[in-house]
Design a protein around this ligand. Structure first.
Ligand SMILES: [Zn+2]
Length: 202
């Protein structure tokens, strides 16, 4: 077949044009950009971005939910809302509920429940803040335990994308995206700012 953008000959069923780099299947842009991710990749990005990656994770889930469900939910506001107590519980539950339904509609039994996932994130992230000034090591363990429930959600998502036979194993090896790099940079900068503000108060 011919690439509709640069008109060069590309293999049948090609997902991305090797010449001009355009996505030949619109949904592939969304799937490759973010959704199929190994647990190792998420943990690494989470560490490198000092936790900020999770905001990006929620952000991109809204993006593909909008894409597939043809909805127009504001991904940015729904991500920033995660900083507001109580509202963040509603926003997380809203997204996780949609992911569960999405999986069930595709014939996949979700590997997580909304209630336990949200509870785990809230309890352990609060313990993380609580222990931070007194015991940083325990605080770090709590931070990881807050991340852990989301790895379960990701494994459901991975099953979902894997079921889409148009995309092979290579989607798990997609190179680091611009958004992932940005989340690392923003995460590190936020920590520097918070640490320097805390230092100047003392
Ligand atoms: Zn092309």
């Amino acid at each position: 077949m011919k690439c509709p953008y640069c008109l060069k000959e590309v293999p049948e069923n090609a997902v991305k044009c090797a010449y001009c780099g355009e996505w030949l299947i619109p949904e592939a842009k969304y799937i490759f950009q973010f959704t199929p991710r190994s647990a190792t990749r998420i943990i690494l990005l989470w560490i490198l971005s000092c936790g900020f990656y999770l905001f990006y994770w929620f952000y991109w889930n809204w993006k593909w939910i909008n894409f597939y469900k043809k909805t127009n939910l504001n991904a940015l506001f729904r991500t920033l809302g995660l900083l507001i107590p109580i509202l963040n519980i509603c926003l997380m539950a809203g997204q996780l509920g949609r992911i569960r339904k999405f999986a069930k509609d595709a014939g996949i039994e979700p590997t997580f429940t909304v209630g336990w996932t949200v509870l785990g994130i809230i309890v352990f992230s609060n313990l993380c803040y609580l222990f931070l000034p007194i015991h940083p090591a325990i605080s770090g363990v709590c931070a990881f335990l807050a991340l852990y429930p989301l790895l379960d959600v990701q494994s459901t998502l991975n099953m979902l994308w894997e079921k889409n036979k148009r995309f092979g194993k290579e989607m798990f090896q997609s190179p680091i995206t611009m958004g992932e790099i940005l989340s690392i940079i923003i995460g590190i900068f936020s920590v520097i700012i918070v640490v320097s503000i805390a230092g100047s108060i003392k």
